[in-house]
Design a protein around this ligand. Structure first.
Ligand code: PGA
Length: 254
């Protein structure tokens, strides 16, 4: 049986309270398409959006996630937000290890693995991002890099847990250059083999793709072997650009 594709919108550092109307429009579009969409707004908006969605009875069609969580449970970490706080704000998911954090903030795989542990303890579903840079790709190191990221970013405590691994080639993010089919297929096969070897063939993980997903390529990428969903950045910021992706997911499910 075809399972519902996981369609996620990562708003990055965009969005204000006034965007609740956009969230409700996305929920309406998801409802009409019989799809559930996950939105990752900035942490400051999680509680506000969770409240607005439940008041509008739209919480079934949009689930919320945070873009990150801290790797410690609590304590003297000025400016940081813990996994428990995120859960308390109404989120179901959290991204961990997005390349914009790995690169700009020097987040290592060890830190990412700790974040996954905190997320699981708090009852959040982690979406773990991995992906190679253009230099790594050009030097033929893609699969080696992904293997290392998988080995070091996925803690043993994921065994038996429900989680996602998102393949996001760094060079494809925000560039309008979606990865080629063969790149996505090679990466997803490697991820699936790793998941089976570590967590058994009955593991509860699903593989996503992210990097310049738009309305015109969403359906195609969703049709690729082992890809269960899409992590969408720029195109999730307006109904005009997100709607065709939601429709593509609905078409895929039909
Ligand atoms: P993009 O971002 O869709 O704008 O390429 C994807 C991401 O960073 O998750």
């Amino acid at each position: 049986m075809m399972t519902m594709p996981y369609i996620a919108g990562n708003w990055k550092m965009n969005g204000l309270k006034s965007d609740l109307s956009l969230v409700l429009d996305i929920a309406q579009c998801a409802k009409e398409s019989n799809i559930r969409v996950s939105l990752y707004p900035p942490t400051s908006l999680l509680h506000y959006f969770a409240d607005g969605l439940s008041r509008d009875f739209a919480g079934d069609h949009i689930l919320l996630g945070s873009q990150d969580c801290h790797h410690e449970k609590s304590g003297a970490y000025t400016g940081s937000v813990s996994a428990r706080m995120i859960k308390d704000s109404g989120a179901i998911y959290t991204l961990v290890g997005h390349s914009e954090r790995r690169q700009a903030l020097g987040e290592t795989c060890v830190i990412v693995a700790q974040k996954v542990e905190r997320a699981l303890e708090a009852g959040l579903v982690p979406v773990i991002c991995i992906g190679e840079t253009i230099e790594e790709k050009l030097s033929g190191a893609t699969l080696r890099v992904l293997s290392h990221q998988l080995r070091d970013s996925l803690p043993e405590s994921l065994n038996g847990a429900h989680f996602y691994v998102s393949y996001e080639p760094v060079w494809a993010i925000g560039t309008d250059h979606v990865a080629l089919d063969e790149d996505i297929i090679a990466a997803s096969r490697l991820i699936e083999a790793h998941l089976c070897a570590r967590f058994g063939h009955e593991h509860h993980a699903k593989i996503l793709y992210g990097g310049s997903v738009k309305g015109h390529n969403a359906q195609h990428v969703l049709g690729l072997d082992q890809i269960h969903g899409l992590l969408v950045g720029g195109a999730s910021l307006s109904l005009e650009t997100f709607k065709p992706i939601i429709k593509a997911a609905a078409f895929h499910l039909a």
